[in-house]
Design a protein around this ligand. Sequence first.
Ligand SMILES: [Zn+2]
Length: 289
Amino acid sequence: MLERHPVRGFWIRLDGAWRSLRSFHRYEPAVEALLGEAVTASVLLAATLKFEGTLSLQLAGDGLVKLLVAQCTHRFEIRAVARAAEGAAGAASFRELVGDGRLTVAIEAEERAARYQGVVGLEGAGLAACLEAYFAASEQLPTRIALTADGARTGGVLLQKLPSSPAQGEALAAVSQDVWESLQSQMPLLAAPLLRLGTAEEVLQRVCGEHDCRLFARAPVRFACRCSQARVADLLRSLGAEEMRAILAEQGSATVTCEFCGRPYRFDAIDIERLFTEGASPDTPRSLN
Ligand SMILES: [Zn+2]
């Protein structure tokens, strides 16, 4: 946070957690970079919130990437997956990747009643620009975002202007606005190597220069999947007894592989009969997401 002005920022750099996350799939470099940016953005967005649950970023469109989901919990546990068409070649632009699509930000609270969802079109020049549009539309806090990712590392910064307090007075509020304008003009100048490899102090120096800042403690981010036997059981139950018995007759058992972490869940004939005789467990959601 800036000491004298209502401006805050979040900085993130992922290496080990990102490498764990991407170890379950092989993606074309352009798809992988978009996935890395999305998961980095999900952590930045989660960091801005006070919540207990999961924040999801979902990109869906008619480009080479059909669907991309990146999630971060309030404990900064990340997971993400992308479904891309064949031939999502290395040099594909953001526009070719997402096509005409939508970006959904969903926040699922742990106590399941609370759920927030915001949607914007993917019209920006990149994911960061689309997220800035999302903030402009939903939160009404001026927000600038920088994101970058390659196969080994990702990096990102989120800069946000908070409302000036009435006690601050008009003159000081105008100064704060000028400070904000000058800081946010630095954001497009953040080079990808600095974001991926630089320290928080180096990035802070680049954006905030001579302004007094307060750096808060860091939190570790790790890859963790929330899939479980119970969640997969609910998914299979939702297909119906008839469908599941048909699969059983054809294949002898049913195996569901988690898209996020590659973990296989096998259900034999006895397991499948049990799905439809014991009833749904009351406290597990119906989908893997
Ligand atoms: Zn999983």
